[in-house]
Design a protein around this ligand. Structure first.
Ligand SMILES: [Zn+2]
Ligand SMILES: [Zn+2]
Length: 359
């Protein structure tokens, strides 16, 4: 029996999100059925809902920062049982046999991973060709793509760890940021604030690099040791050749040259925010001092679990503002304006207010 689900969807790029009911597939042996408690609001949800990347199909149900409790499990599920606190992030499927999948890097699946929303649903079993996300009361996922969430974490604050958290943890972990290193986090939003928390917890000397002194002061409360105001040409010059690592979370195309100059010899700047063209870059900044620039996309399933366990150990969650789902359209407008510290999270209990749903 397929599962009857309530959620929110939009039906064109210019429509608001409205209540929407749909079916999830009949759970297979390896599937976990999750009662969703909270879902974070990622900027990608908005890009998708408004078709800003050009590949959205409708109806569209966003949400890939999902926290819930296991409702039931199939007979082949070994990792989870009913009642477990779990998460689902940006992926619900991948080919599982390519070189990337075999290394636990499903986000780089050579055959393309299936996004939690708007992805081509290769498993099927519903009337829709695309996957539907976490702005809903129930999700069904293969246990391989379900994460265990430490019980000591606030579940609402943990929701954005599934995208904003892993997006910033993965590059810090991959490039082995460690105690004593000077690490710059560029930009203070949903991603940047998690970058500050993780780099601080890893023991680095954390520098918040921002245009805004006010954001600098906020970053210090989150664990930054210093603030570098990127509009201050003198301060930027004085900071050249000093950084072991830079995490660049600026969400739009920009001039990377002033930041490249901050790197020491052999150091790297990793871009995670700007999924669009950067301004042209000057090769001299790479050649001299053998600097490099790289990108990084979320994280694989094993590393996402490692990140959640790290958060459990260091008691790290996101700074959030909880909302009812009926306020999602206002939350989108505020997110676009940067008017949120630092992530909206939908309390899914608020879905009950508009419907007498049958379980
Ligand atoms: Zn996201
Ligand atoms: Zn693969």
């Amino acid at each position: 029996m397929s599962i009857h689900v309530h959620g929110y969807a939009n039906h064109s790029a210019t429509d608001k999100l409205v209540p929407f009911t749909f079916e999830r597939r009949d759970p297979r042996g390896q599937d976990v059925v999750i009662d969703i408690k909270y879902c974070g609001v990622c900027h990608s949800d908005i890009h998708f809902a408004r078709n800003e990347w050009g590949w959205t199909t409708y109806p569209f149900v966003p949400g890939h920062e999902i926290i819930g409790r296991v409702k039931s499990v199939g007979n082949k599920v070994s990792k989870f049982k009913a009642g477990d606190l779990v998460g689902v992030g940006c992926m619900v499927d991948s080919c599982r046999h390519c070189a990337s999948c075999e290394e636990g890097l499903e986000q780089y699946c050579e055959n393309g991973f299936t996004g939690t929303y708007g992805g081509d649903d290769k498993i099927g079993g519903t009337q829709y060709p695309k996957t539907f996300g976490g702005y809903s009361n129930i999700i069904t996922a293969d246990e391989h793509f379900v994460l265990r969430v430490p019980e000591n974490l606030d579940p609402a604050g943990a929701a954005p760890l599934l995208c904003a958290g892993i997006t910033t943890y993965s590059p810090l972990n991959h490039w082995k940021v460690s105690a004593g290193q000077k690490v710059g986090i560029i930009g203070l939003g949903g991603l940047g604030h998690m970058g500050v928390k993780f780099a601080h917890a890893m023991g680095a000397h954390v520098v918040m690099i921002t245009t805004s002194p006010e954001k600098g002061a906020d970053a210090k409360k989150l664990g930054a040791n210093e603030v570098l105001i990127s509009k201050d040409a003198k301060a930027m010059e004085a900071a050249q050749n000093k950084f072991d690592f830079l995490l660049n979370t600026i969400p739009v195309g920009h001039d990377v040259d002033p930041y490249m100059l901050l790197l020491k010899r052999d150091a790297v700047m990793v871009v995670v925010g700007s999924v669009e063209p950067l301004k042209k870059v000057d090769g001299i900044n790479f050649i001299f001092k053998r600097r490099s620039m790289a990108g990084s996309l979320i994280g694989g399933i094993p590393e996402t679990q490692e990140m959640l366990d790290f958060c459990g150990k260091h008691d790290i969650t996101c700074e959030i503002e909880k909302i009812a789902i009926k306020d999602i359209n206002t939350a989108y407008d505020r997110t676009v304006k940067g008017d949120v510290k630092y992530r909206f999270v939908i309390d899914m209990a608020s879905l009950k207010t508009y419907t007498n749903r049958k379980e």
